[in-house]
Design a protein around this ligand. Structure first.
Ligand code: GLA
Length: 381
């Protein structure tokens, strides 16, 4: 919903003028399951975003209404405990801000969003960052953008209970129009890299499936990576995370590991290298090579990291048969959600029509296809 209509609805519901803060979802172009291994990622912010209208109250109550799921929830700032519903993303941010030493006041909040849910496009980071900025505005609190990324991750890790890395929250606040963002997840140093919008389209294909085992498998993968690091320490005592192991070092040490840990580590160390190599290719305007790294990323996620599923593999396989498709891979945590495809601009229409039809014919599911626009990060609107 555009900000103007959100404002109008808010005034009707709460009888006061709100401020509005919006934060986007993201698509990751390459660098999957590397963020929590201190590695590299290359996401971009989407035009799809979550907007939170807010005005302060005189008490310590958060009255939060969602237009998307037509639900209204009241929570007290005095008892911030996870409830396992959508309002935990908002309450989690309030909890993090108070934990950091900034007492909040109550607020009325109205939320609208067009970030697809369960599609691997970070609808959760979008609601975290937008509601965090909104809550902070009620007490005039300003913190730097990296702190917001870390606070969003903390809310998700410690309140919502999902042990994610920092990528999604970071891009939601740091995105820039026409750019993707190369992030070093250890140092949080980053570089905005222009995408050649006149030549290519980034097309997102939502499989419309989300397999439940995603969350528990995510935590298992994290543990497997940590195990790998512990075992390789006998050869490389200084390593702290898989980020510290180059592919060459890995191949010298892989005899120390058994499957599945060996395969998980192989994915991460080669994926970090692919991020570095693919960005170099992009900077040399070699889109074909960038696409090949995307393909290799998917194959590694499917075969070594084992976080793909048959619907994602099908979507990728179809894409790779289509004219103008330079690269296709799953994006986000996996086990359903979306693929991201690098498609030459002149093939956009044919690609969208063909992939939609082919996926539907095979699965009976109508996929959602979005031609995405690299967009700006969170801001007041
Ligand atoms: C999810 C997490 C991210 C990242 C990806 C996989 O989206 O939220 O932190 O780990 O999975 O790359």
């Amino acid at each position: 919903m555009p900000c103007r209509s959100l404002k109008k609805t808010f005034v009707n519901l709460f009888d006061s003028e709100p401020r509005i803060f919006c934060a986007p979802g993201r698509v990751n172009l390459i660098g999957e399951h590397t963020d929590y291994n201190d590695g590299y990622v290359f996401p971009m912010a989407l035009a799809e975003k979550t907007c939170v209208a807010i005005s302060p109250r005189n008490d310590r109550k958060l009255v939060v209404q969602s237009l998307r799921i037509d639900d209204k929830i009241e929570r007290s700032l005095n008892e911030l405990e996870p409830r396992k519903d959508w309002s935990d993303y908002v309450a989690g941010m309030a909890w993090v801000i108070e934990q950091a030493g900034y007492p909040l006041i109550g607020a009325n909040m109205l939320i609208s969003s067009n970030v697809p849910l369960g599609a691997g496009l970070s609808s959760s980071a979008a609601i975290e960052i937008s509601s965090g900025l909104a809550l902070a505005s009620t007490i005039g609190l300003q913190v730097d953008s990296k702190t917001w990324a870390k606070w969003g991750q903390k809310a998700e890790n410690q309140f919502v209970g999902m042990n994610c890395g920092v990528m999604d929250q970071f891009i939601s606040i740091h995105g820039k129009e026409n750019h993707a963002l190369f992030l070093d997840c250890r140092t949080l140093d980053y570089q905005l890299v222009p995408l050649p919008a006149d030549q290519i389209r980034i097309i997102i294909c939502n499989t419309m499936v989300k397999h439940e085992l995603g969350a528990s498998e995510y935590n298992t993968r994290r543990k497997e990576c940590e195990n790998g690091v512990e075992l390789m320490k006998s050869m490389y005592p200084d390593i702290k995370a898989l980020r510290d192991v180059s592919p060459e070092q890995f191949y010298k040490a892989e005899h120390l590991l058994d499957d599945p840990v060996k395969k998980r580590c192989r994915h991460v160390v080669t994926e970090d290298q692919r991020v570095l190599d693919s960005i170099q290719a992009l900077q040399q305007h070699d889109l074909k090579t960038f696409g090949q790294f995307m393909n290799a990323s998917h194959d590694s996620l499917r075969d070594d990291y084992k976080v793909s599923c048959k619907e994602l593999d099908l979507m990728v396989d179809i894409a790779r048969t289509l004219d103008g498709c330079l690269g296709a891979r799953m994006t986000g945590g996996g086990f359903g959600g979306s693929t991201v495809n690098l498609v030459l601009e002149e093939f956009e229409r044919d690609f969208v029509a063909a992939i939609k039809e082919s996926y539907q014919t095979t699965t009976g599911i109508d996929p959602q296809i979005v031609v995405s626009v690299p967009s700006a990060g969170a801001k007041e609107c």
